[in-house]
Write a protein that binds this ligand. Structure first.
Ligand code: DP6
Length: 336
């Protein structure tokens, strides 16, 4: 009999960035993210018992076969002992859809691997309810690092951090105490370019291996995670903004100063950042930006100032934008 599992997991946006990895998908520094709500991947996993040992896996993205990602999943699943048995015993079909358009700078590998890992783990039946999230987060990490943070919300921490109980490189952990200032954060994703990025994150991570600023960067990120943990408890917007924006610019500074240097920001990106600085200066409202590994801007703000931020977008930014995706902090995904 065919077993069917549906997993729906959101993407996340890092406030403190994961950039640089070693060993088996272990991060060089701790990172901290906000889990999204509307940008998600939904995976339908079908497992049908089979008698031969040959791997039978079909992968469909938005209804069409996608062989490049199919090969990535086969490689990934064969390497995890939990999933390798599943591949031997069942013919597997995966149908995946995203709620958001392609190449918009939303980390699709984060939501995709969170959903795939959760669905496959559920199919194995080798977990207890109390450890499901940790185990799924750990397995998702092996597919794509940032995916491990999509299991917890509204904020999640991933990576060893001195004096922070339970923090580990293996999987993400939830940040439980969040000040009301940050409990209903919004993220307006300002799309200035919607073509695929020139340099993959994997290549970017690898460039941190012999980066002249690597050690200083890893230390700075860990310190930023520690400060951000306090900020999320005490509601200090000013420090939240300072860390979030400096992290975004540091990520891009790392790209621009690696041996094979490159630049992902566009003139529109810089224009919008300047507009955000001006708007904040004039209004004193707590709105700030972050960037992923791409030119698009994530505008972060509490729900209480939504109206003002919509005005900012409509009046000062709209003519530089291809589109806007409105999202907000969320609690993670579900699998059934
Ligand atoms: C800039 O998680 O995409 O978004 O582990 O190689 O799949 P892999 O990398 P990935 O890197 C994300 C980098 C980032 C920052 C972040 O999300 O922390």
């Amino acid at each position: 009999m065919t077993q069917e599992i549906i997993a729906k997991y959101p993407s996340n946006i890092a406030l403190v960035k994961y950039w640089g990895k070693h060993g088996n998908q272990l991060p060089c520094n701790a990172s901290l993210s906000m889990t999204l709500t509307h940008a998600f991947t939904e995976v339908k996993l079908q497992c049908t018992p089979k008698n031969n040992a040959a791997i039978e896996l079909a992968y469909f993205f938005e209804g069409k076969p996608k062989d490049s990602f199919k090969e990535r999943i086969i490689k990934y699943a064969s390497q995890q002992k939990e999933f390798a048995t599943l591949l031997q015993q069942y013919a597997i079909t995966i149908h995946s859809t995203n709620s958001f358009p392609h190449s918009t700078g939303i980390a699709s590998s984060a939501s995709a691997f969170a959903a795939i890992a959760a669905a496959l783990l559920k199919a194995t039946n080798t977990f207890t309810d109390t450890n499901f999230k940790n185990q799924a987060s750990s397995l998702a990490r092996l597919g794509s690092g940032s995916a491990c943070r999509s299991f917890f919300g509204p904020f999640a921490l991933w990576g060893n951090l001195e004096n922070v109980e339970n923090a580990t490189n293996e999987f993400a952990i939830p940040i439980n105490t969040v000040h009301e200032n940050f409990s209903s954060m919004k993220d307006a994703i300002l799309i200035v370019e919607d073509t695929p990025k020139k340099v993959s994150s994997s290549v970017g991570h690898a460039l941190m291996n012999n980066h002249p600023y690597a050690n200083a960067r890893f230390l700075d990120a860990n310190n930023n995670c520690k400060t951000m943990l306090s900020v999320l408890k005490n509601g200090d917007f000013e420090t939240f903004i300072a860390i979030t924006e400096r992290e975004a610019l540091t990520l891009h500074a790392m790209m621009m100063t690696s041996q094979d240097y490159y630049m992902l920001m566009k003139p529109e990106t810089v224009f919008i950042i300047e507009q955000i600085f001006n708007f904040r200066e004039e209004t004193k409202l707590p709105v700030c930006f972050t960037l992923d590994a791409g030119p698009n801007i994530h505008l972060l703000y509490p729900a209480s100032i939504e109206k003002n931020v919509n005005e900012l977008i409509e009046q000062r930014l709209k003519n530089k934008l291809k589109s806007v995706l409105y999202d907000q902090a969320g609690l993670g995904g579900v699998v059934n």
